[in-house]
Design a protein around this ligand. Sequence first.
Ligand SMILES: *[C@@H]1O[C@H](CO)[C@@H](O)[C@H](O)[C@H]1NC(C)=O
Length: 322
Amino acid sequence: MPDTTPTEQQSTPSSTAFVFARSFTVLIAALAVALAFFTPIRSSLSSLLAKPALRSMSTAASPAMKITTRPWSARGHHDYDWLYTFHTFAFGSYDDPHHESWGPLRVINEDRVKAGTGFGTHSHSEFLIFSYIVNGTLEHKDSMGNLENLKRGEVQFTSAGTGIRHSEYNRNRDAEVHFLQIWAKPNKRGLAPHYETKKFTDEQKTDNLVRIMESTDRLGDRKGADAPIGLQADLSMEASILSPGKKVVHEVVAAGQRKLFLQLIMNGRAQPKEGGAKIKVGDTVLGEGDGAYVDGVAGPGKIEVESVGDKPAEFLLFDMGP
Ligand SMILES: *[C@@H]1O[C@H](CO)[C@@H](O)[C@H](O)[C@H]1NC(C)=O
């Protein structure tokens, strides 16, 4: 019937539109339900799947683990007489596009400052700065009114935030001070400056991994002498003094892909040609002053570190987000 055709032709698109509108409403409702339930379903599914994997996993890390060593003598190095320093990452006049940072980690300097000298007053902003004292005494003085003499085991943390000025000085008459200066990038800009010092003893670190720095998100309400120092970055740092033949196991601190970094502290001004402290991670052996980038590690998972030298190995282990 030719005269009804236009009507049908008219009604067909309009009913299609109606059906489309109805299915669109149903689709939106289904999407809302899916959004409300999908995340918990997904996370409980993944934790169900992950737990047996963690339990059955050997202490060795995942097969995807990739270790790239940062040999002690390949680091940036200066001997300015008053300061004998190694830079793991680009720093000051040491420029190196291949070693600029790793995750939020931006600086690891291994410094020895001669008696009666030091870093005069200078300013910092938008960096998380921590000093790990290995030997000797470092005087720290800043624009927030802090004045402290830092000794072995102490970790001084300054979140520079909107800006601070400080100096680091060796007031001793004869002994040098040996410390690691570490900087990380905060995940928030414009933080109020913060200062905090804590001590972690050799006893705590011996044949153990002690959490020294922890992201404030993972730290939660933990406070007190045993709690790590909180910082605004997805970075955890542990320290250990591992006796020859001993092992420690680090449990990756968060789910998903992580970046790890290991730094073995030096006993002398150079790595000994034979012997000394050594650690083994996967198939890689690190000597005094060596570092290692560890990639391809995901949480939940574990990584084992073994002391394979003839001296206790004092090292730092960083576990970071991308
Ligand atoms: C610590 O420093 C003092 C003074 O410089 C030095 O005599 C001693 O050997 C150092 N100890 C270590 C473990 O480096």
